[in-house]
Each structure stands twice: as C-alpha cells, then as structure tokens.
Design a protein around this ligand. Structure first.
Ligand code: F6R
Length: 262
C-alpha cells in the first residue's frame, strides 16, 4: 500500500517533496520528473524554486507533464504548455528543451499519445511522478472508468472536472472538453509516485484511492499497485482515512534507513 504522510500545511508538504527531489537530483542530476499541473503541486514547485535561488542546480533535470488540454492554443495562458513554462520551467531554471508536454493540437492528435510514450521511454522513464487528485478520483486526466493499463491518449473530461477547472477560465463553457493524458499504465511505470492532496474537498477521493478497492471507477486507486507510492496530505484531505492513526504511527516510527519518498 501507499505510504501516507500527514503534514500540517501545504508548505510543509512542498518542503518534504522538494527535499526528496533534491536528494534524487543529487544522485542523478538528469533525473526525469513527471510534472502535474493545477493548484496542488504548486507548494512543491515553490519550495524547489527557493532551493534553486539558494544554489540548487536543476539545469540537467528533464520533465514530462502529465497532461494537456486538447484544442486550445499552446499560447493560451491556461494551456499546460503555458502553465508548465510559467510555474515550473522558469522558476526552477529547467532547460525548456528538456521539458515535454503532450501535444494537444488537433492536427496530428491521433498519433500524439504514441509519440509521447516514445519520448518517455526514450528518456529512460520517469524517476519521480508528482500527482494531484481530482475530486472524482482522477489522476492525470484519467477519468473514472479509465483502464489501469491505459497509455497516453485522449480522454473526455467529466462535467465534474470541467466544473472544478472552470476557475482557471472565464466560464465552464471555455474549459476544453478533451484532454490528452498519460495513462494509468504510463503513471504506474514511473519509478516513484508522490500523490499530494489538500483540503476537505479531496478527502473522499483520497480515502477511496488509498483504502478503497482497486477500481477503474476510482482511477487513483491504481497507486495501490505501485511498490513505491507516497501520499502526502494535509489533515483535511486525510480526514476520511480509516487507518489514519496507523499512518501517523508508521511515520513517527519510520526507521532511519528508510528515507521519506525513497
Ligand atoms: C493536472 C492533473 C490533475 C490534477 C487534479 C487536481 O496535471 O493531472 O489530475 O492534479 O485535477 O487539480 P488541483 O490540483 O488543481 O486540485
């Protein structure tokens, strides 16, 4: 099962994951990161940016975004090309040529998933995949019903996801209907998974992902199949976990030889 770490704040979560990434890059300067967008990973990117300002060199790090909207121009401020450039590549001083985002242009979309899979495989694979979780249990844009074996492909967004993401657009009608997303099978190939979740709105999805039965209806439950998955949550997002005391205890008793987010 996933290791669950309950933190006091988003900032603490960011620091914890940034620390693990710094450790990874220390042993592998050209590590490959899987990059989520949305609000959730921002504390991680902010904590890393702080470390970069203090001298951490991430210039050889490579990256693959989880997903992209289909059919909005890459120059749109809410395209994930723009978001990754603004929130990740710039502040972390990554090499823009080494950071990839799925190609959501409609021209050539039939081959975009396969091209992305080839790019990930050719890089040697993702070392650490950062994940958020949707209120409907999605990871990436793998909406409920997604196959655990799925690879990068086009998915239709649920009404719930479009409502959740309407805050980034003028109205829900402007939220694209389709996305191109790493599949659950793609995500499971990453060497480590770190899923973050904050706030009460995520509590149900977190509990279903971590403790519920494996089910395509809760795509995030696929993380139970991964041998090195860590879930970093605040108190609110953790509030519906049945085994909360056990997770707290396991973390408090964590052996010294077992670093956080191995
Ligand atoms: C974004 C992504 C999504 C988000 C999820 C949560 O790249 O893959 O799965 O992680 O929709 O979004 P936020 O973090 O905005 O609550």
């Amino acid at each position: 099962m996933a290791e669950v770490i309950v933190v006091g704040s988003r900032k603490a979560a960011g620091a914890l994951v940034a620390e693990a990434i710094e450790r990874l890059v220390g042993t592998r300067p050209d590590a490959v990161l899987g990059l989520a967008t949305g609000d959730t990973p921002l504390p991680v990117y902010r904590a890393l940016a702080e470390r970069v300002r203090a001298g951490l060199d991430l210039s050889a790090v490579r990256g693959f975004a989880l997903d992209e909207y289909v059919g909005i121009p890459v120059t749109h401020p809410e395209s994930y090309h723009s978001v990754i450039a603004r929130d990740v590549v710039g502040p972390l001083k990554l090499n823009p040529a080494a950071v990839h985002v799925p190609d959501g242009r409609t021209l050539g979309i039939e081959t975009a998933g396969e091209r992305y899979e080839v790019a990930i495989t050719s890089s040697g694979g993702i070392d650490l995949q950062i994940l958020g979780i949707g209120t409907d249990g999605h990871i990436g844009f793998n909406e409920p019903g997604s196959s655990f074996a799925s690879l990068t492909r086009v998915k239709t967004l649920t009404r719930q996801t479009r409502e959740d993401n309407a805050r980034f657009f003028a109205s829900i009608d402007d939220v694209p209907v389709h996305s191109i997303t790493q599949g659950l099978g793609t995500i499971l190939r990453a060497k480590r998974l770190v899923l973050l979740a904050f706030g009460a709105a995520k509590a149900h999805a977190v509990a279903a992902a971590v403790e519920g039965p494996l089910s395509a209806s809760v795509p995030a439950s696929a993380i139970q199949l991964h041998p090195r998955a860590t879930v970093v949550v605040d108190e609110e997002a953790a509030s519906m976990l049945t085994e909360l005391e056990y997770y707290r205890d396991a973390f408090a008793q964590k052996p010294i030889w077992d670093p956080v987010i191995l």
